[in-house]
Design a protein around this ligand. Structure first.
Ligand SMILES: C=C(O[C@H]1C=CC=C(C(=O)O)[C@@H]1O)C(=O)O
Length: 448
């Protein structure tokens, strides 16, 4: 596929004009309105005043986060982190939640006064966000931080909304979670295996081809859990994953739902999994078995085909590999399909997210049948687990992952999530073991 030079100035979907009227910042107003079928709440000053400036390399981004309400999207030390809250958009749910979020941000960013002296994806106004997996889940949120620190390709920048920036400081490492007590979530292990067996029967009966079933674990600590400890551990242990935090959802996902950089889009489809082997020979043997596994290939094919079908109408060029390749992580090996394309028209990254979610990597095929079976068998609300998580800027550029290998923090408590793709040949005991390995990511983040 021919790739055009990367445009860092996208189509300017949301224009950010300079205004002369002085901003009345931090005079908080609560605007509640109905957009299509979604009741949306925007908490924001009437106009954002945004300034991005180049800065010397700040080094590790996560160690600059000044408080536990951390916002982060970091991979291999690059990305953006944010803190403070200049604006928040909350979406109680609805199939229309991505479009409603885009319209709300369009208004906020379109009315902003912007002085962007950096001009790269992620500079200027940015919103971090996470969307509920299920349209019925009331959990979608977008947060425009008061400060954003960015670092990519040898450049670094600081964005400030409102008052003069607080000076950047290295923050004393926060306290690690202690006295953890663990409990089952909605389904104990035997009940979850029974749910997997029920799904296999439904699949063999011809109702659907694939469903992804997840379970949750509950943990409690002696003191409120600080997201920054978890982020630091995850980024160090899983540098190739996207370490993220948004409104208490913290994790390290290997799965890139979509990155939009100007007209270019990229995705990394993952489905089909095995645990790491013992040493290089063990890994090689596991990788060969994974690549040859008809069950894992089938799981993967559903996901890759759906991503192709969803992106094709949006793209002038699209390349989806014919065969998956192995992706080796510190704990697991996945089947992976790196997808690249060029958008046909002016579409923000949120438009593309809307077209892709939920992929069969987290839901199943056919989507409506799988979504209904998930509601029937899992016995829980996934919240923002398995939903899109990431960031979007005023150009419509951004990066969104699928929120996997994550936990939702709530004071002294956290809920961990892990799921597995189920097809006709799935074995409930093997799926439970795979889910346990996936939980290991956040167990490590919490326990060290
Ligand atoms: C649903 C999860 O993983 C998905 C992504 C990659 C591989 C998967 C699998 O092989 O089952 C899942 O589809 C999860 O980690 O909770």
């Amino acid at each position: 596929m021919r790739r055009a030079a990367r445009g860092i100035h996208g189509a300017g979907l949301w224009r950010t004009p300079h205004r002369t009227r002085p901003p009345r910042l931090f005079e908080r107003v609560q605007i509640c309105r109905t957009v299509a079928c979604v009741n949306l709440a925007v908490t924001a000053p009437d106009r954002l005043s945004v300034r991005s400036v180049p800065i010397p390399d700040p080094g590790d981004l996560i160690s600059r986060l000044p408080d536990p309400a951390a916002l982060a999207w970091v991979r291999h030390g690059e990305g953006i982190v944010g803190w403070g809250e200049a604006a928040r958009v909350t979406l109680p749910g609805g199939a229309d939640r991505f479009a409603a979020a885009g319209r709300a941000l369009g208004e906020l960013f379109g009315a902003a006064g912007v002085d962007d002296r950096v001009g790269v994806p992620g500079s200027g106004p940015v919103a971090f966000g996470g969307f509920g997996f299920d349209p019925a889940s009331p959990d979608s949120v977008l947060i425009v931080p008061r400060q954003v620190l960015g670092r990519r390709g040898g450049r670094a920048w600081l964005t400030t909304i409102g008052e003069a920036p607080d000076p950047l400081a290295l923050v004393r490492p926060p306290a690690e979670p202690s006295s953890l007590t663990w409990n089952d979530g909605a389904l104990p292990a035997p009940a979850w295996q029974a749910a997997v067996a029920a799904a296999v029967r439904r699949i063999r009966g011809g109702a659907l081809g694939k469903v992804v079933l997840a379970r949750d674990l509950a943990v409690r600590a002696a003191e409120p859990i600080d997201a920054r400890v978890l982020l630091r551990r995850l980024a160090a242990r899983f540098p190739g994953c996207y370490t993220f935090a948004c409104a208490g959802l913290v994790g390290a996902t290997p799965e890139l739902l979509i990155r939009r950089t100007g007209g270019d889009v990229e995705s990394l489809v993952l489905a089909g999994t095995t645990a790491r082997g013992a040493g290089p020979a063990g890994d090689a043997e596991r990788t060969a078995r994974l690549l040859a596994s008809a069950k894992d290939r089938e799981e993967h094919a559903y996901a890759a085909e759906m991503v192709r079908d969803a992106l094709a109408p949006l793209c002038a060029e699209l390349h989806v590999p014919d065969e998956p390749e192995p992706l080796t992580l510190p704990n697991l090996i996945h089947l992976a399909s790196p997808v690249r394309g060029r958008l046909a028209g002016d579409r923000s990254v949120l438009d593309v997210v809307a077209a892709l979610h939920p992929t069969p990597a987290v839901c199943g095929t056919p989507t409506p049948v799988a979504a209904e079976l998930i509601r029937e068998l899992e016995g829980m609300d996934r919240g923002r687990y398995a939903g899109p998580v990431g960031w979007v800027d005023a150009r419509g550029d951004g990066e969104w992952g699928i929120a996997l290998r994550c936990a939702q923090l709530d004071g002294t408590r956290a809920r961990l999530f892990a799921g597995c793709g189920i097809v006709a040949d799935s074995d409930p005991a093997a799926e439970l073991a795979e889910a346990q390995t996936k939980f290991g990511v956040m167990r490590y983040a919490l326990q060290g």
